[in-house]
Design a protein around this ligand. Structure first.
Ligand SMILES: Cc1cc2nc3c(=O)[nH]c(=O)nc-3n(C[C@H](O)[C@H](O)[C@H](O)COP(=O)(O)O)c2cc1C
Length: 461
């Protein structure tokens, strides 16, 4: 009887809806990309433009750089990587402008003045009060950080993890509200609890000017009823799911994620057993949202000189819970090596049919994998020659290879079909090109279309 009562209580908690009193939700802010620029512990909010250059810059964050003083009006730093450019004669410089000089020099201006130089605009600081004083007169260390999920910024040492619209972490089980809030750089966060404690389904709400600008939903693996504990009540709910007494479609996604206690992609007996066996001790299971139990038979392999392909590869590996391997050149590519159409190293390799740049390291156990997603940037319409080196280094017979690429504007063209002869006994799927800035959701749709993400298997994304 007590179990039934507990179950009823659990259901009541599961279907609680929240409202935020007089605070109204605003739309539209999501369209702007904000970053935080930190100088001497002072945070400046900045907006990035919706351009390829700014997106590439964003993909490189977080980044701490030493910026050099110049002309008493700007701080500059040459990056190791080049960014796409759309240089223009800007005429007027405004305090707080963040620009790119050439293709790799980031410049932060702290005075208004006219200029005859050309720059690629990256973004601007929204409130420049005290910027000049804070930057000082000499060289200065500046940190550029991404603003996660429309405004939530975790401290560097936070034990919480933000992913998509959720926030994970065992801190919720151990700590009080104040300790949770101290994990954030922003202090305008409000917690809407599911019960007495912060539990799965609780909301972390970012409030600016009395308005909710965004929110994150708490997920605690094993806390399926949202009471902030992992106990027998949760075990009963997971058992009901396993035996089909509760349909997954009746549960909000955060509770489904929490019910997959061991994060192996399935809600099954292993989850209910884990809860029953360990009971309250489940508090000790890791709350990092990418645990996998089984060995993956999918390997995401990629080469990326400036991070664009890497972002796509990371999305794919996360969505598939697959292993990931980065092809790294024995002699790394410098910015000068990548300055295409200048006769640079990359230009020379691409025009030399015999070029096979050496790879540093290797895949540990290639025989484990049945499917390989192979990602690369387009270089002069083709895959970089280091991809040729990779394909010639392994016996890939019988494996399915799925090529994907990123480029400034070119399609995948013949770049993938020209690789077939290098692994002639593999099953080659047709490839796909992605633009810089492709979202995680787009990658998931692609993987679903390839049926690599099974519809039977519950996945978090
Ligand atoms: C040597 C070289 C040649 C390139 N050739 C092309 C090209 O033919 N077409 C194109 O659209 N982009 C071209 N690009 C741009 C890259 O394909 C694009 O920036 C890509 O997304 C970079 O990926 P990565 O950041 O993973 O290295 C070239 C870049 C380099 C360095």
């Amino acid at each position: 009887m007590r179990k039934i009562l507990s179950l009823v209580t659990a259901f009541v908690i599961l279907f609680i809806h929240f409202n935020y009193g007089n605070i109204s939700k605003v739309k539209g802010l999501e369209t702007e990309t904000h970053i935080i620029i930190t100088v001497n512990e002072t945070n400046f909010d900045a907006v990035l433009y919706d351009t390829e250059s700014a997106k590439t810059f964003l993909s490189m964050l977080p980044m701490t750089i030493e910026m050099n003083e110049l002309n008493s009006n700007e701080k500059y730093h040459y990056l190791d990587k080049t960014l796409p450019t759309s240089s223009e004669s800007v005429g007027q410089i405004h305090t707080g402008d963040l620009m790119l000089y050439g293709n790799s020099c980031v410049v932060l201006f702290y005075k208004d003045f006219k200029t005859s130089y050309s720059y690629t605009k990256l973004g601007y600081i929204t409130d420049t009060t005290d910027l000049q004083n804070t930057l000082g007169t000499g060289n200065v260390t500046v940190t550029y950080s991404k603003v996660s999920n429309d405004g939530f910024v975790l401290n560097d040492d936070s034990s919480l993890t933000i992913s998509d619209k959720y926030i994970y972490g065992d801190l919720f089980l151990k700590a009080d509200e104040t300790e949770v809030l101290s994990q954030f750089k922003n202090n305008s966060i409000h917690i809407e609890k599911t019960g007495k404690k912060i539990g799965t389904g609780s909301k972390l709400v970012l409030i600016e000017n009395n308005t909710v600008t965004s929110e994150l939903t708490v997920v605690i693996f094993g806390d399926v009823n949202g009471d902030g504990e992992c106990d027998a009540q949760d075990a009963v709910i997971v058992s009901c799911i396993v035996f089909g007494l509760i349909s997954l479609s009746d549960l909000n996604e955060e509770y489904r994620i929490a019910a997959d206690c061991n994060q192996d992609g399935n809600i099954d007996k292993s989850d209910s057993s884990l809860l029953i066996e360990t009971g309250l001790k489940l508090k000790e299971i890791s709350q990092t949202p990418t645990q996998t139990e089984e060995k993956s038979d999918i390997l995401v392999v990629y080469f990326s000189a400036t991070g664009t392909t890497e972002t796509i590869a990371n999305y794919a590996a996360a969505a598939l819970s697959a292993d990931i391997y980065e092809i790294e050149a024995e002699v790394p590519y410098t910015a000068a090596d990548l300055a295409y159409y200048t006769g640079c190293r990359a230009d020379k390799e691409q025009s030399d049919p015999t070029a096979r740049p050496a790879i540093s390291g290797s895949v540990d156990n290639m025989s484990q994998y049945k499917t390989i997603l192979l990602g690369y940037p387009i270089w002069h319409g083709q895959a970089p020659k280091i991809i040729y080196t990779f394909l010639e280094s392994y016996d890939l017979s019988g494996k399915t290879i799925i090529p994907f690429c990123t480029s400034h504007s070119s399609g995948i063209g013949s770049s993938a079909t020209n690789l077939h002869s290098l692994a002639p006994n593999s099953q080659w799927n047709s490839g796909r090109r992605f633009a810089n800035g492709t979202s995680e959701a787009q990658i998931v749709s692609w993987l679903q279309a390839l049926t690599l993400i099974s519809t039977e298997k519950f996945k978090r994304w």
